[in-house]
Design a protein around this ligand. Structure first.
Ligand code: NAI
Ligand SMILES: O=C(O)C(=O)[C@H](O)COP(=O)(O)O
Length: 374
């Protein structure tokens, strides 16, 4: 069996080499000829899988993406080849939720906000939205969920509509890119919604760039509106509109999901799927490969309490300001969006780190946020 995998799948050699003849490719030079004899094709979001890539291949039996989003896969084409859509749903949900928390704590520091006084509107209550909701609950931050497909499907949670989301102090987007139809998310934040935002609100997009009309957003800023916006994802990546960058409070290169665990879990999920489909017993586990973080233990500053304590802890694991600074300072360089992503020094999830809370009264919130108690 010939297994072709994109070079951005961590631990792919470890997981897949025993299952067949495994070969690595780069999304920059993958083409139809290169993968013409693949039985299994494993990608991340940077490889577009469509007729152009697979029409020369007669044998392909499995295509999988080690990501949550699937909009780089041509669903109709894959179904016409009876291949289906295989993804790593939820692999990096914790990573994105922790990215959002870092953004919230940084914005709170910069604007002197008490987060417990704010209401967060989560648009998309799937894997990411649900993880974020749990962490906000741990922090005692009020939040509302908006997810019409889940509401229509009978999910028992309480949902609100977009008009209620537009009243929230903080709005954070976690929907797939769906172009058209009843649940369209393409340009969900169009000129009209952007115009309705107040300068006291915060809008975060860590799902797909096309969910916000970037041209309309730039027009708002150019018209003098001081909107608070955090962007991890952009329209037309990697060739984003650089004019927008200076206006964005915290700007990053589509790395919200890039924790060690989030990326590696994606590879492990595809390994389990391939084993299942081709009748192998899955013997390998992610825990066999994940490195121990250095350091692996955090100490709580006993002088801090409440938001200051939680903020210090979260930012000691991941401080989004570092990524934003590097992004803003270098994004004008050629091919920089891709370069940052390729060379990103990926971070760890809270659960990889033990916290000794001593007698701190805030300890339960710390563990509920995901930190390890051991
Ligand atoms: N920046 C990054 O690194 C990452 C970005 N993503 C993006 O975030 C998206 C969400 O990720 P997950 O939560 O794992 O996906 P998911 O599929 O588990 O959840 C998405 C939720 O959005 C809901 N939804 C669909 N249309 C909607 C609409 N019009 N309004 C409100 N809700 C709607 C769905 O019903 C679903 O519950 C992914 O599709 C991907 O595009 C995911 C992981 C990392
Ligand atoms: O899982 C998703 O969806 C994402 O957006 C990924 O975090 C994107 O990562 P890459 O595949 O582009 O490394």
């Amino acid at each position: 069996m010939k297994i072709y995998y994109e070079d951005s799948l961590p631990y792919a050699a470890e997981f897949f080499s025993e299952l067949g003849d495994s070969r690595v490719f780069s999304h920059k030079d993958v083409n139809a000829k290169l993968v013409a004899d693949a039985d299994v094709l494993l990608v991340r979001s940077t490889t577009k899988v469509n007729a152009q890539l697979l029409d020369l291949n007669q044998n392909i039996a499995y295509v999988g993406t080690a990501t949550a989003g699937t909009n780089h896969l041509d669903e109709e084409y894959l179904r016409s080849r009876e291949l289906g859509i295989h993804s790593a749903a939820g692999c990096n949900a914790v990573a994105v939720a922790e990215y959002v928390l870092s953004a919230l704590f940084v914005m709170a520091l910069e604007h002197d906000w008490q987060l417990v006084d704010k209401t967060v509107g989560i648009v998309g209550a799937g894997h990411v939205g649900t993880r974020l909701s749990a962490k906000l609950t741990a922090l005692g931050i009020r939040h509302l969920l908006c997810d019409p497909p889940l509401a229509d499907a009978g999910d028992p949670r309480d949902f609100v509509d977009m008009s209620q989301i537009m009243q929230c102090d903080i709005i954070t987007l976690h929907v797939p890119l769906i172009k058209g139809g009843r649940y369209n998310t393409g340009h969900m934040f169009d000129a009209k919604r952007l115009d309705a935002l107040k300068e006291t609100q915060l809008l975060i997009n860590a799902c797909r760039g096309e969910v916000i009309d970037n041209k309309a957003l730039l027009a708002c800023f150019e018209a003098g509106r001081a909107l608070n916006v955090v962007l991890d994802v952009w329209e037309n990546e990697p060739d984003i509109d650089q004019a927008l960058v200076p206006y964005i409070a915290l700007a990053t290169a589509h790395i919200a999901g890039h924790t060690v665990e989030g990326k590696a879990r994606g590879t492990e999920m595809l390994y389990q799927q391939v084993c299942g489909q081709f009748g192998f017993t899955a013997t390998k586990k992610l825990s066999d490969y994940l490195p121990v973080p250095q350091p692996d233990r955090l100490y709580v500053d006993e002088t801090l309490r409440g938001q200051a304590l939680l903020s210090a802890l979260v930012l000691s694991v991941y401080d989004i300001r570092n990524d934003s600074k590097q992004f803003k300072e270098s994004i004008h360089l050629p091919d920089q969006f891709r370069y940052i992503r390729k060379n990103y020094s990926i971070r760890r999830e809270f659960a990889a780190l033990s916290v000794n809370t001593g007698n701190n009264p805030g300890s339960e919130a710390i563990y509920a946020l995901g930190f390890n108690r051991k």
